[in-house]
Design a protein around this ligand. Structure first.
Ligand code: MGD
Ligand code: MGD
Ligand code: SF4
Ligand code: MO
Length: 648
């Protein structure tokens, strides 16, 4: 008779949906992963990628034993040998150059509660160099903070109160399927959905209208819609006069342009802007969802702030079913003391969007060792070639992960990590307000260990072992102290998600944590900074979220021989390029061979592709992306990359 178990857990992939899951285990082997019905928001949902997670767990390519690189290549070693070497290197470097000669690079691969302790480990060790800035959500959040004081998004369930939804540079049909039933419900009730994206993404098919502005020119579109609204007298005078600051200066920016000029600059038709204004007037409340794609531009704060302003002018801020929402605090429900930063105030951080250059140029002390967890910076950070060169120049690189990806290839020590299906932890979300349990469905494959176990074992080799080495439950009680203070029960959390007591709809009292206590309008706007005409490199490279994978989480076998790039038919004709043929994509810093797809769903000024393929598989689009940092929020403007194409 077979032994069948069902385990309630939570998906910890870098995905805002953070679904409640049910794992089915037959005779110790994971056989099924489906949505768990007891999750109040995701309610039995799981995406098509969930099946792949089972394949990843048992993949032949997965590294399941520690490995070390020596003169004769890589060899498997026992955990003790790997950890002894790491401890010895860390002590030597600390004694010779101080702890800041080590960089701890924490990626986005998994962001659970116990992962706070990774940094805590390095703080107890003496405080190493860490990162600031973001490859992901920095710009949008910092820009919204300027307007709202502190960004708080509407609970996704509050969108059921919306009569319309604007997906502004966001593609939930691919990136957050939990929003799809909400979108369908709004439509069923006669509401409207608008997708605003230079590329006709998958979510456009769910929408009443797809509007395709030129990349990075959305601020003009938002201003055009606001101007139409004000001209029609449909602006929210009560909100503007009592709860906002800076409206006069913002209005003066609008008055510098005519509506048709704004539409021209945005690269859209007048009807497009009218449609948005009409929706905001006649389908109240409207929720506006900002995507992460939207803010991967240097001056994206103008975009975000102009959209926030449109939300305010139309009376959608601090209103149920309204709002301009992007994301949530995935570390919000935890005690920040557990990072341990208070142990070493003022430690050096380096700028993530410039990680290659920063690593090479760091002085006093130079960086000698890099410790990477849950990341693939060679593939996913800008300027892959420089990141790879920097890692090669390091004296010692430790990588903890699952597969031999581009970054792991350069590691001296590979520590095989468990996946979330083999782990005990707690997981909050950057897409909603629920914290869920992470329960091990199966025993670790091979000799894999969770990062918590790895750092606990490593800590035993240091003088701070007594402070660090505690049980997972003891640590979770400390980390999750805020959850307890909010009335949560950690035992109950092992099977039932807990909702963080954030409001369903924020700012209902119209009080904002800004200097004025009011909503603050953008009062300065410099359109010249948005222009990016470049005859040599005429296309904006949009390297968007793939449908089938999360970022670079794939195996070598998953890769087709070439990455695909999508170009508008008129441009392909102009260049004499044929569909299905290889092309060379060139940027000022690199070139990548790709397969051309001729596709009318892109604008003529864009080349669209999916991010995340590995360099060692012939993909690696960040070989084309130069280091840049956004003006606000230290984000990474990947989509300011300009390229051209030619035949192979
Ligand atoms: N399947 C899948 N899901 C994922 C991920 C994944 O890799 N795969 N990644 C996860 C992560 S790390 C993140 S951060 C989120 C991202 O979630 P999303 O923001 O929803 O996805 P992106 O594809 O990054 O960007 C969305 C859209 O922004 C558009 N865009 C780019 N520039 C502009 C612009 O200037 N204006 C406008 N209006 N639109 C623009 C792109 O064409 C793209 O279609 O998704 C998460 N979910
Ligand atoms: N060109 C371009 N580049 C981009 C973007 C873009 O739009 N275009 N988007 C950016 C965005 S939004 C993001 S979030 C970043 C992501 O950049 P990264 O965080 O560097 O990369 P990921 O591809 O998410 O890879 C995560 C790795 O962590 C591993 N992993 C997963 N769980 C665990 C775990 O529990 N322990 C350990 N040790 N390892 C684990 C996975 O196997 C995988 O190898 O990329 C950015 N790069
Ligand atoms: S990747 Fe996202 S949508 Fe898919 S199961 Fe995980 S949390 Fe849900
Ligand atoms: Mo991200």
């Amino acid at each position: 008779m077979s032994d069948i178990k069902k385990i309630i857990t939570t998906c910890t992939r870098d995905c805002p949906n953070t679904c409640g899951l049910e794992a089915t285990v037959e005779n110790g082997r994971l056989v099924r992963l489906t949505g768990s019905k007891n999750h109040p928001l995701t309610r039995g949902m799981a995406c098509h990628k969930a099946l792949k997670y089972i394949d990843r767990v048992y993949s032949k390519e997965r590294i399941t034993k520690p490995m070390m690189r020596g003169a004769s290549g890589r060899r498997e070693v026992l955990w003790d040998e790997a950890l002894d070497l790491i401890a010895e290197k860390m002590k030597t470097i600390r004694d010779e150059d101080g702890p800041q000669a080590i960089l701890y690079y924490q990626g986005y691969g998994e962001r659970t509660a116990l992962k706070l302790l990774n940094k805590c480990f390095f703080n107890m060790f003496g405080g190493v160099t860490t990162l600031h800035g973001s490859l992901c959500g920095g710009t949008g959040q910092a820009s919204q903070n300027m307007d709202l004081g502190n960004r708080i998004s509407h609970d996704p369930l509050d969108h059921y109160n919306s009569r319309a939804m604007i997906l502004w540079g966001r593609n939930p049909a691919t990136t957050q399927i939990g929003l799809v039933p909400i979108i369908k419900e709004i439509k069923k009730k006669g509401g409207r959905i608008i997708t605003i994206d230079p590329f006709r993404n998958r979510s456009a098919a769910l929408s009443d209208r797809h509007i395709a502005p030129a990349p990075n020119m959305d601020a003009y579109l938002a201003m055009a819609a606001a101007k139409i609204l004000i001209d029609r007298g449909a602006h929210d005078i009560d909100f503007l006069s009592h709860h906002s600051a800076g409206y006069t200066a913002y209005k003066a920016i609008l008055d510098r342009y005519r509506v048709d000029k704004l539409c021209y600059l945005a690269g859209v038709s007048g009807e497009d802007a009218q449609y948005i204004a009409d929706t905001l007037i006649n389908f109240k409340p409207t929720s506006i969802l900002l995507g992460w794609g939207l803010h991967r531009h240097k001056e994206a704060h103008f975009t975000i702030r102009a959209i926030d302003a449109l939300g305010a002018v139309s009376g959608n801020i601090g209103v149920e079913g309204g709002g301009v929402s992007q994301g949530f605090e995935e570390y919000g429900p935890y005690d920040p003391k557990c990072w341990g930063d208070q142990l070493n105030p003022g430690r050096r951080t380096i700028l993530m969007p410039y990680v290659g250059e920063e690593l090479l140029n760091a002085q006093n002390p130079p960086i000698r060792m890099v410790y990477v967890t849950a990341a693939n910076p060679v593939c996913m950070a800008p300027n892959s070639a420089l990141v790879a060169e920097a890692l090669k120049r390091m004296e010692f690189v430790v990588y903890s992960g699952h597969f031999l990806d581009d970054t792991a290839e350069l590691a001296d020590v590979f520590l095989p990590a468990t996946t979330f299906l083999e782990e005990y932890d707690v997981m909050a979300s950057y897409g909603h307000n629920y914290v869920g349990p992470v329960n091990p469905a199966i025993e670790p494959v091979g000799d894999c260990r969770s990062e918590f176990q790895m750092f606990t074992e490593l800590a035993k080799r240091f003088s701070f072992k007594d402070q660090y080495c505690k049980s997972a439950d003891a640590w979770l009680a400390e980390i999750c102290a805020p959850i307890k203070a909010w009335g949560g029960d950690l035992d109950e959390l092992r099977h039932t998600p807990f909702r963080v007591p954030e409001p369903m709809a924020p700012y209902l009292d119209k009080v904002f944590a800004t200097p004025s206590g009011k909503f603050e309008f953008m009062t300065q706007f410099d359109g010249d900074l948005l222009k990016k005409d470049d005859e040599t490199y005429p296309y904006t490279l949009l390297s968007v979220a793939p449908f089938d994978y999360i970022c670079s989480e794939r195996t070598l076998a998953d890769h087709p021989p070439l990455p695909e790039v999508r170009l508008h038919p008129a441009e392909a004709e102009k260049l004499g390029l044929a569909d299905g043929r290889p092309v060379i994509v060139k940027s000022p810093i690199g070139r990548v061979k790709a397969l051309l797809r001729i596709d009318a769903s892109t604008r003529r000024d864009c080349l669209v592709t999916e991010r995340g393929g590995w360099i060692k598989a012939g993909h690696g689009l960040n070989r084309l992306t130069a280091e840049m940092v956004s003006t606000v929020g230290n984000g990474t403007p990947y989509y300011d990359t300009r390229v051209t194409l030619c035949r192979v």
